[in-house]
Design a protein around this ligand. Structure first.
Ligand code: ADP
Ligand code: ZN
Length: 289
């Protein structure tokens, strides 16, 4: 029997899965991300029991997705020790003589969601994760969006919420979305972890304001058919309605959007968006090889 493999390479953990021809998952493992050699040896060991036809990799980044680049397939400027300028795709290719699809973790999640999850039936979507960081991926005309590099939707500049004086958590920027609205920013603003913060706290309005502002900008640039939100912070189910409301206010009626309850939605695949996306990319060889 032949199988497809998936690697969701995250900064905290690597989730690997094996699926059959119908993309039914037959095996899965979650490994802590330590040093490359240690983590990858465990990855190799996991896949050794299977005859893989192709592999799909969705990686934390920034990564090099430009085939013309000499560092194509590398994880590039991550601060994560051992992984800076690391040739992840090359290392995998040296081990597995099979086609390997390569993209970002969030592009893979967007791909999974559009084909099998909340974006089913559409041709374009954005997937945004709001967790330790904020990252966004997009599918346009059915294919993941990559240009000279990949989107970095978490680092767009946002206008401040009135009187928000929080020092931006991002070391690169003073006013970016991730630095003002990812989990660590939410916690820094209140002194309380997001999971413990009461629903009535003003910080949720601030959170909704920043996320809605960003979704407005993505909407104005890309006009996707759907925006899908995931990540730990979005486990707060009261946030979605707050974001929709703030988006409507900030847009000021300039463009008419689809029904917001249909347009801005949670994940359809739960925690499986990335894995399913990687498996699909492996099967379809849509990723750049
Ligand atoms: P990661 O981004 O590391 O993959 P998560 O998506 O779980 O992992 O994001 C972790 C961040 O999200 C932390 O800052 C945490 O405080 C916050 N977070 C996790 N779960 C929740 C929750 N249920 N409600 C609000 N914030 C949460
Ligand atoms: Zn930033």
């Amino acid at each position: 029997m032949e199988y497809y493999g998936s690697i969701e390479a995250g900064g905290t953990k690597f989730v690997c899965a094996v699926a059959d021809e119908d993309l039914q998952i037959v095996d899965r493992i979650s490994l802590p991300t330590t040093l490359p050699e240690e983590t990858l040896n465990q990855v190799f060991e996991f896949f050794d029991s299977y005859q893989l036809k192709a592999l799909g990799v969705g990686s934390f980044g920034p990564i090099d997705v430009n085939q013309k680049s000499s560092t194509y397939g590398y994880i590039t400027s991550t601060p994560k020790i051992g992984w800076t300028n690391m040739d992840l795709l090359g290392t995998l290719k040296a081990r597995f003589a099979i086609p390997i699809a390569w993209t970002t973790d969030v592009n893979a999640a967007a791909y999974g969601e559009i084909h099998l999850g909340a974006g089913k039936g559409t041709q374009s979507c954005i997937y945004l994760t709001v967790g330790t960081g904020i990252g966004g991926g997009a599918v346009v005309n059915g294919a993941v969006l990559q240009g000279f590099s990949h989107p970095e939707m978490g680092h767009i500049t946002v206008q401040r919420y009135p009187n928000d004086t929080l020092e931006c958590v991002c070391p690169y920027h003073d006013n970016c979305l991730e630095g003002l609205a990812a989990g660590p920013a939410l916690e820094k603003r209140t002194g309380i972890k997001g999971q413990l913060l009461e629903v009535a706290h003003e910080a949720w309005s601030i959170e909704a304001f920043y996320l809605a502002q960003s979704l407005m900008n993505y909407t104005l640039v890309l006009s996707p058919e759907k925006i899908i939100l995931g990540g730990g912070v979005m486990k707060q189910t009261h946030l979605l309605p707050k974001i929709r409301e703030s988006l409507e206010q900030q847009l000021g009626g300039y463009v008419s959007l689809p029904d917001l309850e249909e347009y801005i939605v949670g994940c359809g695949l739960g925690d499986n968006s990335g894995t399913m996306g990687c498996l699909l990319l492996a099967k379809e060889q849509r990723g750049l090889m």
